[in-house]
Design a binder for this molecule. Structure first.
Ligand SMILES: Nc1ncnc2c1ncn2[C@@H]1O[C@H](COP(=O)(O)OP(=O)(O)OP(=O)(O)O)[C@@H](O)[C@H]1O
Ligand SMILES: [Mg+2]
Length: 212
């Protein structure tokens, strides 16, 4: 996989809160940079495995993903949390927010210091003077999230709340990083504008009063 992609993300399969994630980056001089938490180490290709064994937990299962070049805001990587809810028969996007990584971090999780920012503010800053690109990006995010919710719902008929993590890469392409059921909504509470937060809480109450 390293041959195929310049960056890899190694993540605990039952991961959470952005913990235990390791990033591998391949350089032209054949060295590999291993990054985790706020630490990193550059090693020869031949010793990557040995080094990884020191960092990864022996009894855990990991998944390896192609690393995406996340778009940046004020020089920090960002991704987008889409909060989806299905109070009745249809999926709704109750909130969308950008998560900006903390200084020096490559994960944007709130628990890792990532902080929320309005989607429009960030997209307008990334696509300066390109309002059509901003609009198109928002439309793609909505479309991919709604499709993902429907597809997951087919396999998991009981889900009513989903957090979908979406990446916009430096080329402007949209990717799904992961999806979680019953995600936290602290991010939305932290935003100055409480519209999305209130909407989420209202639908949550409805969902919890009605099902299970
Ligand atoms: N393939 C990837 N390329 C670039 N960045 C990634 C990639 N995978 C994860 N990240 C970054 O790391 C963050 C955390 O990853 P992810 O959401 O997969 O795990 P998690 O949040 O720890 O797991 P969970 O949400 O199940 O608790 C992402 O929000 C994103 O900022
Ligand atoms: Mg996540």
């Amino acid at each position: 996989m390293m041959k195929r992609y310049p960056t890899l993300f190694i993540k605990p399969d039952k991961g959470s809160l952005g913990k235990g994630i390791v990033r591998l980056k391949r350089y032209k001089n054949r060295k590999i940079k291993i990054s985790w938490d706020l630490r990193h180490r550059k090693v020869k290709k031949s010793s990557v495995w040995k080094e990884l064994q020191k960092i990864l937990k022996p009894k855990r299962t990991y998944l390896i993903q192609q690393g995406l070049k996340l778009a940046k805001y004020k020089n920090r990587p960002v991704d987008i949390r889409v909060y989806m809810q299905k109070p009745k028969s249809k999926w709704h996007i109750s909130g969308k927010v950008v998560r900006v990584a903390a200084a020096g971090k490559f994960v944007t999780n709130y628990s890792q210091g990532g902080r929320p920012k309005s989607l429009k503010t960030v997209l307008r800053s990334i696509y300066k003077n390109r309002p059509r690109k901003v609009k198109r990006t928002i439309r793609s995010i909505d479309k991919i999230s709604t499709t993902a919710a429907k597809v997951l719902n087919r396999k998991f008929p009981r889900i009513r709340q989903l957090g979908i993590d979406i990446a916009v890469d430096t080329e402007g392409r949209i990717w799904i990083i992961e999806a979680n059921k019953n995600p936290g909504f602290m991010l939305f509470k932290k935003l100055k504008d409480k519209t999305m937060y209130r909407r989420i809480v209202k639908r949550r109450r409805y969902i919890y009063s009605r099902y299970r």
